[in-house]
Write a protein that binds this ligand. Structure first.
Ligand code: GDP
Ligand code: 5AD
Length: 650
């Protein structure tokens, strides 16, 4: 079996009605009057693959080769085995002359590809993740407001470190006035985000980070206290940063105080470590915010932390970046791949196929960097000096259903660990391969890679025989050819894939399924509301003959199998949802997965409504004890508006 046969196999499977609806609503290109310029997934796959492949002119003047690359990219997309982040789908080739996208591939000339590449413009912004620095001055702050507005206008998410701003009531030299403080400025950013209608397709999305020892940290922790999901600072996720969580744990244990200070202010406060921690946990219990972020750990695994340390993450936490950094993401649906590849086994059959798949997806994302039109000159520079890409996976939960592996079990976690180790290894091989063909990222000589550096923590060798073998291969790579060749400073990121997993008809990112079945209401042409029942297709196949309309209704009603009589135990064990498993099982999954990611992953620790503040403290402590890079929880029902709620009974 080879890559072509895998891609051809899935190209023949049509997108579901749900995926088609999302395509129509948000992805098919329209003209200024709202008339569709595109009509199907195939149209998008052609546009995006041709647009991205035109970046190959920078490295290649053999027209046959460029056409072949386009064909490869086309099949990756058409099969929905790989999807780039939404901005790449929205904005590739947007506003460019349509003629060149309608040609047959065999008729494409080198001039045609050059024409595409050279007519790109500011509408063709392709990345999902940005970090914009703040400066402790009016000019600095409002420059950042403008920068962030431009990024969000084209569908990117932005993170900021608000610690930089002096606390409220600090004196301002020159005006004799007092600073209104970081939280007041967060409201400015929030309002800006809410004002931007992002081409109708995307809202604003931001992350605010603040150090745990900033004098206004208490206000920060309380800043979303009265949020019901759509009211206060609702275009922000917030996280408290602890550069050194081990030290904080000690202060907690010894009941010590923390000094809250800021370099540009005389204001000094103290708070007991315990009080600070209580406040964080209480608020998280109430509304999910704040999360905890450990930027010191992010920097430890970032090869340029001595040059440009990361200062925040994008809104969903998966991508740490330095000031003016950006990252474009793409995700491989491993629930599809697993039909062809064993996954996780160093001697597995068809591993070469997976390796090749990862090479081509990494090449796609590397091309995106070159053809991308960045909203700011400074972002262009940092992005090209370091060349961040975020190659990740989606469909983990569905892949595990297929293999009868419970998400909340030792064997399940072993599968996650071994698959991610394989994924990290192949991705870094691909980045080194690309470096041989195209050169290292420009700051390579200043990076830790050149002295031999592994950009993730790895699990212990004795975790499993497969892990021992992957670890050896990984070490061999980073102390061998990895010291000479690396195209991208960071390579692997697992995104939430909130939209694109729907396009791919697969489970999102590394999360368990939220529901196994539900009813979605659609409005038909006559304006009637039509119920569209949905059931996870792997479960449907598994239940097969046992599935009748009564059982289907019960699964929809309950959203889970756990309390349904007559379903065999083996099926119940495997087909778990995010609410069926404990917070600790969520966390342990995050732990093994994060051990093989140089950037990070988006993960929500879902907790039942009855979870207590102490439960949350236990989870946050465990995240500090294990080497996690951040943690965020959500207690069921704690917000009125929740992104995903169980299907309403109507
Ligand atoms: P998808 O590509 O649309 O499926 O996006 P993901 O759910 O995987 O999110 C990846 C990243 O894109 C997030 O971490 C954010 O940085 C950004 N992002 C996601 N959703 C939004 C949105 O609604 N608005 C904006 N501005 N950015 C978003
Ligand atoms: N830190 C990291 N991720 C967060 N999310 C929400 N708040 C935070 C935070 N403070 C993420 C969730 C989910 C997405 C909807 O947003 O984990 O992936």
């Amino acid at each position: 079996s080879n890559l072509e046969s895998l891609l051809d196999f899935f190209s023949d499977i049509k997108p579901s009605e749900n995926a088609e609806r999302i395509l129509r609503d948000r992805y098919l290109l329209k003209d200024g009057e709202g008339k569709y310029l595109e009509h199907s997934w195939d149209d998008i796959a052609r546009r995006v693959s041709r647009y991205i492949a035109s970046a190959e002119i920078l490295y290649n003047d053999d027209i046959e080769k460029i056409r072949d690359v386009e064909e490869k990219f086309y099949k990756l997309l058409k099969s929905r085995v790989f999807l780039p982040n939404s901005p790449t789908l929205f904005n590739s080739g947007k506003t460019l002359s349509r003629d060149v996208f309608q040609k047959n591939r065999e008729d494409m000339s080198l001039e045609d590809y050059k024409k595409i590449f050279n007519s790109r413009n500011r509408h063709n912004m392709l990345s999902a993740c940005f970090v914009v620095p703040l400066e402790d001055s009016m000019e600095g702050i409002f420059d950042a407001v403008k920068d962030a507005a431009l990024i969000q206008k084209y569908g990117g998410g932005v993170g900021y470190d608000f610690s930089v701003l002096r606390p409220k009531e600090s004196s301002i030299a020159g005006t004799g006035g007092k600073s209104s403080g970081p939280i007041s400025f967060m409201h400015v950013f929030n309002t800006t985000a809410s004002t931007i209608e992002q081409g109708g397709a995307r809202r604003g999305a931001q992350m605010a980070v603040m150090r745990y020892d900033h004098p206004d940290v208490i206000d920060f922790i309380n800043s979303k206290k009265n949020n019901d999901g759509k009211s206060v600072l609702n275009y922000f996720n917030i996280s408290v940063n602890f550069d050194n969580p081990e030290e904080f744990l000690k202060k907690l244990e010894n009941d010590e105080e923390i000094e809250l200070t800021h370099p540009n202010s005389n204001i000094k406060r103290t708070i007991k470590a315990k009080e600070l921690f209580d406040l964080i946990a209480n608020n998280a219990w109430k509304s999910g915010d704040p999360g905890m972020l450990f930027l010191g750990r992010h920097n430890k695994y970032y090869a340029l932390s001595d040059v440009t340390p990361v200062s925040a993450t994008n809104p969903c936490g998966e991508e740490p970046l330095p000031p003016y950094g950006s990252c474009n993401l793409g995700s491989i649906d491993i629930a599809k791949v697993i039909d062809f590849v064993e996954l996780g086994n160093p001697e597995g059959e068809n591993n070469d196929l997976f390796k090749e798949l990862i090479y081509w997806t990494a090449r796609f994302l590397d091309d995106v960097i070159d053809i991308n039109v960045y909203p700011l000159e400074k972002i262009d520079r940092v992005s090209k000096e370091q060349r961040f890409i975020g190659l990740g996976i989606m469909g983990l939960a569905d892949a595990m259903y297929k293999k009868d592996l419970p998400y909340n079990s030792e064997e399940g976690r072993m599968f996650m660990a071994e698959t991610l180790a394989q994924f990290a290894y192949y991705s870094h091989l691909a980045s080194s391969e690309l470096a041989k063909e195209r050169g290292n990222f420009p700051l390579f000589e200043k990076s830790k890679y050149k002295n031999g550096f592994i950009p993730f923590s790895m699990l212990n060798d004795d975790y499993s025989e497969n892990i021992r073998q992957w670890n050896n291969l990984i070490k061999e790579h980073f102390f061998g050819e990895g010291k000479k060749y690396k195209r991208n400073v960071q390579v692997n990121t697992v995104a939430p894939t909130g939209s694109i997993s729907n396009l791919a008809d697969t489970s999102s990112g590394i999360e368990p399924n939220f529901m196994l079945a539900y009813i979605r209401y659609m409005t038909d042409k006559e304006g009637n509301r039509v119920p569209l029942p949905y059931m996870n297709k792997i479960l449907r196949d598994k239940l097969d003959g046992d599935l009748n309309s009564e059982l289907e209704a019960e699964i929809i009603e309950k959203g889970s199998l756990q309390n349904i009589e007559g379903i065999p135990e083996e099926i119940k064990k495997v087909f778990v949802t995010s609410m069926d498993i404990s917070g600790m099982d969520h966390l342990l999954a995050q732990n093994v997965i994060q051990s093989y990611l140089d950037a990070s992953c988006s993960k929500t620790i879902n907790l039942p409504k009855e979870a207590t503040v102490d439960d949350i403290k236990e989870i946050y402590k465990k995240a500090m004890e294990l080497n996690l890079k951040g943690i965020t929880i959500y207690r069921d029902g704690s917000l009125e508006t929740q992104v995903l709620t169980k299907a309403k009974k109507e």
